[in-house]
Ligand binder design. Structure first.
Ligand code: PLP
Length: 414
């Protein structure tokens, strides 16, 4: 065998386009990911990503858990394992859901590679090309990206300060049936500290949503990465408490432990588990065994509760800092939401400013955000809105970034 190829030889570029599946041809790169690249320069203050505060990642606890797992679990923690996930972790998660009134047992819990994989599996299992999903307007960009690959279409309903306007669901349902002759596949809802809008679905609307979904016989996908990060007001019951038989609930360790573990979970009716397990087997066989053991060790030691309490204090301070800075530095005619938890708020600027175009000016002032239109699945709104993340930057950087945005806004309005 001759391996004497030159490493710096010219490699011709093959046109791969004719080989691509139609779903790959229509895939668009996430605006957020593209933006994050732009904002990686060290002098840009970025409110764009959904990043947790890295200085609060529990490095010592993770190091201890790694050592404990390697010493006490040995090769088991590094072996292939079941698609459903590591049983002690699924038991812990199921029990943890009991305090919210969710009657989950381990057979209802599937461990996923972050909630994002949960969204992809839902697309894989439910969505045929042309199917409609009912979403809020705006909604989570990553869900749109996951489901676009399966050919989803979106019928959206409004969002206000009390979350999804559930009274619009029936009309949305009727429109879809009229157009396609079949019902939408499910309702996708972000109940707590909405990404991007920061708002929370009221108790009254949760009950109503459960009632409407039951009447229309629609499943609900409840995406809840931020529920643990409430820093004001009372916890509200998840929608799956009211209708566990028709709800697929999703959450994640990304915002409480670290996103780099890539660990999330789905809670769903047992009859659906087989479908998700088969879909997941084709994707990755199972979520990393080692990271599941690490998360389980951390959970079983009772570390998560005091840690999330600390995060809530930190994020509340950052939210307050951002709200104060907005009030101080932004011009007349702007408004914003006041989230009771989570990582984001949603700001509106005067109609004369198109936030996608304005981003270039903001970057000149060395500050970044995500333009609102990216969160509208049908591209029909959010033109004068932006998502601002308040968890990542320390308070003094938040003040400076909001000041810079204020300067750019005033220049644009002048
Ligand atoms: C609403 C929502 N769903 C899902 C995800 C994906 O989270 P994960 O890191 O668990 O994949 C995010 C991440 O920001 C999110 O905001």
């Amino acid at each position: 065998m001759n391996f004497n190829f030159s490493l710096d030889r010219e490699i011709p570029v093959l046109d791969w386009t004719p080989y691509l599946a139609s779903r790959a041809r229509t895939m668009k790169s996430s605006a957020i990911r593209e933006l994050l690249k732009l904002t990686e320069q060290p002098d840009v203050i970025s409110f764009a990503g959904g990043l947790p505060a890295p200085e609060f990642f529990p490095l010592r606890e993770i190091e201890e858990a790694c050592r404990y797992v390697v010493q006490n679990e040995g090769a088991r923690a590094l072996q292939y394992s079941s698609t459903e996930g590591y049983l002690p972790l699924r038991e812990w998660l199921a029990t943890n859901m009991h305090k919210y009134g969710v009657p989950a047992v381990p057979n209802n819990v599937l461990i996923t590679a972050g909630s994002q994989q949960g969204l992809d599996l839902i697309g894989k299992v439910f969505i045929e090309p042309g199917d409609y999903v009912i979403t809020e307007r705006p909604t989570y960009l990553g869900a749109i990206q996951a489901w676009n690959a399966y050919g989803a279409r979106y019928r959206t309903v409004s969002l206000d300060d009390a979350g999804m306007v559930v009274d619009e669901i029936e009309e949305a349902y009727r429109d879809v049936v009229k157009e396609t002759g079949r019902p939408p596949k499910f309702i996708y809802v972000l109940p707590n500290f909405h990404n991007p809008a920061g708002v929370t679905l009221s108790l009254e609307r949760r009950e109503k949503l459960a009632e409407i979904a039951t009447r229309l016989n629609l499943p609900i996908v409840e995406d809840d990465p931020y529920g643990q990060l409430r820093f004001e007001g009372e916890d509200l019951p998840p929608i799956c408490t009211f209708v566990p038989e028709r709800t697929i609930y999703m959450s994640t360790f990304s915002k409480t432990l670290t996103p780099g573990l890539r660990l999330g979970w789905i809670v769903c009716p047992e009859v659906l588990m087989r479908q998700f397990v088969m879909a997941k087997q084709g994707s990755d066989l199972h979520t990393g065994t080692f990271v599941q053991y690490i998360a389980n060790d951390i959970c079983q030691r009772g570390f998560l509760k005091p840690h999330t309490q600390r995060l809530r204090r930190v994020y509340k301070e950052r939210r307050d800092t951002m709200l104060d800075a907005l009030a101080e530095f932004w011009p007349e005619g702007c408004s914003w939401t006041r989230p009771q938890g989570g990582l984001f708020l949603w700001a509106r600027v005067p109609d004369s400013i198109h936030t996608t175009e304005f981003l270039r000016r903001a970057l000149e002032e060395k500050v970044a955000y995500v333009p609102g239109e990216n969160f509208y699945p049908n591209g029909d709104g959010g033109f004068n809105a932006m998502r601002l993340n308040f968890s990542f930057c320390p308070p003094e950087t938040i003040v400076e970034g909001i000041r810079r945005l204020g300067v750019a806004l005033k220049k644009a309005l002048a």
